[in-house]
Design a binder for this molecule. Structure first.
Ligand SMILES: CC(C)=CCC/C(C)=C/CC/C(C)=C/CC/C(C)=C/CC/C(C)=C/CC/C(C)=C/CC/C(C)=C/COP(=O)(O)OP(=O)(O)O
Ligand SMILES: O=P(O)(O)OC[C@@H](O)CO
Ligand SMILES: [Mg+2]
Length: 231
């Protein structure tokens, strides 16, 4: 499934973390809609390619979420490109992107590029710190970023990112009400199947990351509950 509109669940694997063959098999055979390879720090061409080639042994779509242009390589199914809408530094909204398109433009297949309008809400996560995210937002600020993602930038994805902490399901629900075409991704702090189900009632796509490395059994359980939960 190379169309994010058809997704409900994705795992995000960090190329800077170790995962055993057994656990990787559980992730890839879980029934998830996609494996996203991405992280904020320690992302290199070597570790992303290594993880990608291991994921490639399975049928699941394998996507690169680009955080470092040096780690870009061909052979992913999709390239997810974050633009941090609540960044205080234009580098993370258009700057790094401009540089990368100058460098890679002629090799880019735009049909494989999926822009993600990020709104990062956990001030302590590495992504917030790197991207200098203005995290002290009230609900109306977040709703405005969501509307900008859909109506001004026409981004296919709006990503509510709480990386490392569990977010506010009520806010996720509110954000969903202002989006029509743009797909709402929720990610952050999902450690149980019950939390995954709660966020699946509000968001189009639930992204599960760190729990893969902490509790693979619970991580895999999130797939079935998300798929069974209606929006
Ligand atoms: C043939 C060929 C090579 C084709 C490919 C062409 C191609 C795809 C070109 C891409 C061009 C392009 C526009 C690239 C973008 C370049 C770029 C660097 C953009 C900036 C990205 C950005 C805003 C990064 C900031 C950080 C961020 C939002 C990262 C996303 C991942 C994330 C949130 C991970 C969460 O992990 P973390 O917070 O680190 O949590 P842990 O504590 O668990 O690690
Ligand atoms: O690692 P967690 O906290 O599950 O977050 C998932 C993802 O949104 C990170 O970009
Ligand atoms: Mg992570």
């Amino acid at each position: 499934m190379y169309d994010v509109r058809e997704w409900r669940h994705a795992f995000k694997l960090d190329p800077n973390k170790d995962i055993s063959e057994k656990d990787l098999e559980k992730v890839c055979e879980s029934g998830t809609d996609a494996v996203i390879i991405g992280g904020t720090d320690g992302v290199t061409l070597d570790n992303t390619l290594q993880l990608m080639s291991r994921v490639r042994r399975y049928a699941v779509p394998c996507c690169l979420e680009v955080s470092d242009p040096d780690a870009i390589a061909p052979a992913y199914d999709l390239y997810l490109i974050p633009a941090v809408l609540n960044s205080k530094n234009t580098t993370w909204i258009t700057g790094a992107h401009h540089k990368a398109v100058k460098a890679y433009g002629e090799w880019m297949n735009w049909n494989e590029i999926v822009m993600e309008g990020y709104c990062i809400l956990n001030p302590d996560c590495k992504a917030a710190q790197l991207a200098e995210a203005a995290t002290g937002l009230d609900d109306d600020d977040v709703l405005a970023y969501a509307s900008m993602a859909e109506h001004m930038f026409k981004f296919p994805v709006f990503y509510l990112e709480y990386s490392g902490t569990y977010g506010d399901p009520k806010l996720v629900e509110k954000v969903k009400t202002v989006l029509e075409d743009t797909v709402l991704f929720y990610g952050g702090g999902i450690r149980t199947a019950a939390q995954a189900a709660e966020m699946a009632r509000a968001a189009d796509v639930v992204v599960v990351g760190n729990v893969v490395y902490e509790n693979i059994h619970e991580a895999v359980k999130t797939v079935r509950v998300v798929k069974q939960t209606g929006l």
